[in-house]
Design a protein. Structure first.
Length: 267
């Protein structure tokens, strides 16, 4: 068996162990993921099969209902929050009706759609930091402004296709000639779900973007970041891709790391 086949088999064996699928009814399947929501419950999705052969993958309304139960209003005059929510679902091709997040697709596209819905759920869960008593400035915008002020060329919110056509989205893409850098912005570095998801996404892209460097930019200015060693261990143990952990407080000392030049060592 070649090394490539060995890695492929290892990855899909891991996926099968991490997810569980259960028939609830003849046309409804429950999907338990290995990721947690803001209540530290496992994120659950449901697949509903239709007579025309299509399926609808849904969160059954749990994500938004959970946030509102914790004091995050997404109705009435919450214009900023509603815009952020709309931007998230638009960028990932997710629909929202009566608080339910869903995508209707063909069975063949289920793997890609599942990944997109999962990303949307996790991004929307992050909106818990937008409660009135929390940080108001979006860290994403801070990183974007930093790149602009240092004359770094970049694209934002791009999706990339990996093996089997599964797409994953990164916050910033920085061209560097032959390799390129993909950046994921993480508001709460102590939420190890974010690190796990990043390693999963890098593995999805291993065959289509083998020469990519990944950077996890973590907000340790507005939020405490005490789990750096655990995060780096997750990166090292769960992917063969190079992922650099960059706390926000070190960005000014590591402009070259984020620049359009090849990756340098972290200062």
């Amino acid at each position: 068996m070649s090394n490539a086949n060995m890695l492929e088999r290892s990855y899909f064996n891991w996926l099968m162990k991490e997810y569980t699928f259960e028939d609830l009814e003849s046309d409804i399947v429950r999907i338990d993921s290995p990721f947690f929501d803001s209540n530290f419950d496992y994120i659950v999705m449901y697949a509903e099969f239709h007579k025309n052969g299509s399926i609808t993958l849904t969160d059954d309304g749990w994500t938004i209902d959970n946030l509102e139960s914790q004091g995050l209003s997404l109705s009435g005059n919450a214009k900023t929050r509603k815009k952020i929510l709309q931007d998230i679902i638009d960028s990932l091709g997710v629909e929202c009706r009566d608080g339910e997040l869903f995508i209707t697709t063909d069975v063949e596209d289920f793997p890609k759609v599942k990944q997109r819905l999962l990303q949307a759920i996790m991004k929307i869960n992050d909106m818990i930091v937008l409660r009135d008593d929390k940080v108001k400035n979006m860290f994403f915008e801070d990183v974007e402004e930093f790149l602009k002020s240092n004359k770094i060329l970049f694209d934002k919110n791009l999706s990339f296709a990996g093996k089997g056509g599964i797409t994953v989205q990164f916050d910033f893409s920085v061209p560097t000639g032959n390799r390129g850098k993909l950046m994921r912005v993480i508001g709460n570095g102590n939420d190890l779900n974010k690190s796990k998801l990043l390693t999963m996404d890098t593995r999805i892209l291993q065959s289509t973007r083998p020469n990519t460097d990944y950077i996890a930019v973590i907000d340790n200015i507005n939020n405490k970041f005490t789990e750096e060693k655990k995060v780096e261990a997750i990166f090292k143990e769960n992917t063969d891709s190079k992922i650099i952990t960059l706390p926000a407080s070190r960005m000014k000392d590591n402009v070259k790391l984020l620049s359009n030049e090849p990756v340098f060592q972290l200062s």
